[in-house]
Design a protein. Structure first.
Length: 248
C-alpha cells in the first residue's frame, strides 16, 4: 500500500465503493460549496473549485448536482462557512496519519476524529507531530488499460510537461507533480490526449512503515472509520500494507 493508488484498490476489492458512493457525493458537494463561498464561481480564477468539479466528474457525479451546489453557494446569505482543518495522529504500529476535514463545527469534528482514533488503537497527536513526514504533491493517476503508450514514451511526455516523476503501479501510472505546476502539467497532458482517473493535490509520505498481521488489519479499520466521518474529506498515512493481508 505504499503507492498512492493502492488504498483505492483495496477499497474496491473490499466492496466498499457502493457503501461510500453516497458519502463521496456529499463530501464533494461540500468541497464545491466551500470553494465557491471562498473564491467565487469562476473556475478560471478559482483553482479549488476547478479541482473539486474535476473530482466530481471523475466520480460520475451528475452535472445537475454540481450546478445546484454552485447556485446554492452563490445564493446563500449567512449560510454555512466551512473551515479546512488537518488533524494529525498515530495508528497501530506507530504509523503516521493525516486527516483533512472540512467542517462548520470545529468542536464536533475534533471530538469525532479523536473518538475514532481512540476506538481503533490510535491516538490523536498535536499539530505538527507528523506533518514533517509528508510532502505536499500533486498526483495524476492514469489507468493502464486506458492508455496505449509504452512506459518510456509516457515518461518522456510527463517530464516534458514539467512533472517530477512517473511511478508505475500494478494497474496504473502515477504522475508526481509539484503543486505549483499541477494545473499546467494536467492541462498539457490532457491536450496530448491523456485521460486521468483521478487528479488531486495531497500529502504524500516521504517514507513508509510496513504493517503486517493484526496491526495491518487494525490500520485498515482505522482509515475506513475516519473516511466514514461526514466531515472528513481525505486520509493519508505512511503505512505500507501488502494487499495479501486482505485474503481472509
Amino acid at each position: 500500500m505504499a503507492g498512492h493508488s493502492k488504498w483505492k484498490n483495496i477499497q474496491h476489492r473490499k466492496g466498499r465503493q457502493d457503501a461510500i458512493k453516497a458519502k463521496i457525493f456529499t463530501k464533494i458537494s461540500k468541497e464545491i460549496y466551500a470553494a465557491v463561498r471562498n473564491g467565487g464561481p469562476d473556475t478560471n480564477t478559482n483553482f479549488k473549485l476547478k479541482l473539486a468539479i474535476a473530482k466530481a466528474k471523475q466520480n460520475n457525479m451528475p452535472n445537475d448536482n454540481i450546478e445546484r451546489t454552485i447556485k446554492k453557494a452563490m445564493g446563500e446569505t449567512g449560510g454555512s462557512n466551512f473551515e479546512e482543518i488537518t488533524y494529525e495522529g498515530y495508528g497501530p504500529g506507530g504509523v503516521a496519519v493525516m486527516v483533512q476535514a472540512l467542517t462548520d463545527n470545529r468542536n464536533r469534528t475534533a471530538a469525532d476524529v479523536r473518538h475514532v482514533f481512540n476506538k481503533n488503537d490510535g491516538n490523536l497527536g498535536e499539530s505538527g507531530s507528523v506533518t514533517w513526514m509528508f510532502s505536499r504533491k500533486g498526483i495524476l493517476t492514469i489507468d493502464k488499460e486506458k492508455i496505449d503508450l509504452d512506459e518510456d514514451t509516457l515518461m518522456l511526455m510527463v517530464l516534458e510537461a514539467g512533472a517530477l516523476d512517473l511511478q508505475v503501479e500494478d494497474d496504473s501510472y502515477e504522475i508526481i507533480v509539484d503543486p505549483e505546476q499541477f494545473e499546467s502539467v494536467k492541462d498539457s497532458l490532457e491536450q496530448d490526449g491523456i485521460e486521468f482517473s483521478s487528479a488531486e493535490i495531497t500529502m504524500v509520505p516521504q517514507n513508509t512503515v510496513t504493517l503486517t498481521g493484526e496491526n495491518a488489519l487494525k490500520m485498515i479499520k482505522l482509515i475506513e472509520a475516519l473516511e466514514d466521518l461526514d466531515d472528513v474529506q481525505s486520509v493519508q498515512s505512511n503505512a505500507d500494507i501488502d494487499e495479501s493481508v486482505l485474503d481472509f
